[in-house]
Structures are given as C-alpha cells and as structure tokens.
Design a protein around this ligand. Sequence first.
Ligand code: ATP
Ligand code: MG
Length: 314
Amino acid sequence: MSLSGDDQAVSTRNLTRKFGSFTAVDQVTMDIGRGEICGFLGPNGAGKTTTIRMLCGILAPTSGSGSVLGYDIFRESEQIKKHLGYMSQKFSLYEDLSVRENLDFYSALYEIPGRDRSGRIAEMVAMAGLAGRERELVANLSGGWKQRLALGCAIVARPSIIFLDEPTSGVSPTSRRHFFNIIQGLANQGITVIVATHFMDEAERCGKIAFISNGRLLALDSPDRLKATALDGWLVELEVAGGVNRIGDIEALPYVRECSLHGPLLHVLLESESRMASLEGFIGVAPRPITPSLEDVFIALAKRSRVAAGTDGV
Ligand SMILES: Nc1ncnc2c1ncn2[C@@H]1O[C@H](COP(=O)(O)OP(=O)(O)OP(=O)(O)O)[C@@H](O)[C@H]1O
Ligand SMILES: [Mg+2]
C-alpha cells in the first residue's frame, strides 16, 4: 500500500513527454493539494491534454517523475486508474443508449459491486439534474445535459481525483456555470479536480491555475495572486478609435512591454506608472490604470515565454 499520508494529490518533478524530437511537455514541476480545483490554461497545443494523460497513467512520460494520490505514475498507474475519474476532450457517451444504460455501462466498466449500482446511478442522475429522464436516449439530450451525464459516468465510481479535459467547450454559458457549480460541490467534498479550460471565467473559479505554454509550466498559483504578482509592469487601458491599427506603434515604444486588444479597448503594459504621461503624449488619450484580469496575466506570460524561446513575432 503506497497511498502516502502527504496532502498532495498531484506531484511532479521535471515531467517530460517527447513525441520523436518534439517536446510536448517540458520539465513540468507542480504540486496540487487534495481537494483543490486546479485549472490547466494554455493555448491550443500547449501540452494540457498530454500532461493529463500522463497523470492518468494513459501515456508514459519520457522522463521526470510524478505521483498521483501518492502512487507513482511510472510504476503504479493501475492503482491510480482505480481512484480517478477522467472525462476526455471527446468524451464518450453512447448516443443510442439511454441515460440509465450509459450509467449502467460505466458502473460495470468500473466494476462497481452490483448491490451498490442502483444507488450510485440514482446519485449521478440527481447530480446531473436528469431525474425522470433516465429512459431518454442520449442522442436526444442537448449539449449541457450530455456533459453533466458524461461527468456522472466519469465519477460514478467515486474517484478521489477527477481529470476533466475541456468539459464545457461547445455548451451555453448557463450550462457552463451550472457544470462548474457541480465541480465546486465535488471539491467541497474533498475530491481533487483538474480541469483544462480555455474559459477565463472558469479559470477564475479555480483555487489554483497552471498556465501552460509550449509544454512549459509558466505559473502555478491562485487567480488573485497571479493577478497581483504575475505582471511585470503597470497596466492601463486606452480608448482609441481604430485601436487595433495602433497596436504595432504602441508596442514599438521602448517603455511598453505589450499591447493587446480587449473588445473596443487597448490594454497596455507599461514598464512603470511614471510612463503614463509619455503614453498620453504619444497617443493623445489619457490612459486609465486598471487591475489586471486573468486574460492580461495570460497574455503577458505567454509573451514572456515566446520571447524567452526566441519565437516572438514568428
Ligand atoms: N500522439 C502524439 N503524437 C505526436 N504529437 C502529439 C501527440 N499528442 C500530442 N501531440 C502534440 O503535442 C502538443 C501538445 O498537444 P496537447 O494535445 O497536449 O495540447 P493541448 O494543450 O491539450 O491543446 P488543446 O487546447 O488544443 O487541446 C501538440 O503540438 C500536439 O500536436
Ligand atoms: Mg487538449
């Protein structure tokens, strides 16, 4: 029995995965506590899914080390699989089976003892808000319901940790919020949740965020701490007509770290507060200081990593 007493649900050191000569996950070192919700955020191709697959014991790492729930990801992946729930990016429900039949199928797959099955299934049906619709064919459910049912299938065996890979892409904002409420309820019960997402509003609701770009972990911290510490400079917004056409000019200024478009506004990261007057002189509009959003943090971190990798502007 190697389930250690430490309180880390996930712990990795220099975890790396190569595909041929391409490094998809590059020396990722992270600790995620039990009962935490950790969001994996990063551009397409950043390495989120590859990291999740290694942590789930589905994909062998090339090098480095890691444990999930105290089990070694190299040697004890079978133990890990017994304690986790996984909802993949293309989650698999059987469209031509009913709600109940899908849950039956996953209960059998996870080898839930027969005497416990109907109770567990009823719990999942209630969690997904599908009571009374057990006989409906999955094909007839809308996206949000399918996602909640897929979550139910993933956690019917009461895992200690769940990995959700972009579980809410393609559903309405209301369904996404509802789904996240369920996730938060699970975390409140002590279940660790790792969730890859592209949505900043979901990231805001995570206790911790892992920013991943080009296979590297750029930051791992709470949303508030990231906003307070991750930006190196003074952030302002500008209301400029035709702002999108001015980004290049503004970024070329020596005291500007970066400039990006946010709806109709430009966000400009200055090297310091004292540069506000210079920027106003250049653009002819008064800049307004703003508190960074997670998106600002993300843009700044991603840019820093491109500069470090020598690929900025490519
Ligand atoms: N089996 C594989 N063989 C070769 N390359 C792979 C394989 N799996 C993933 N990759 C590559 O590794 C990189 C990381 O992919 P990954 O799917 O982990 O990214 P991601 O962050 O999950 O992206 P997305 O947000 O689009 O889901 C990509 O460049 C991808 O093409
Ligand atoms: Mg992915």
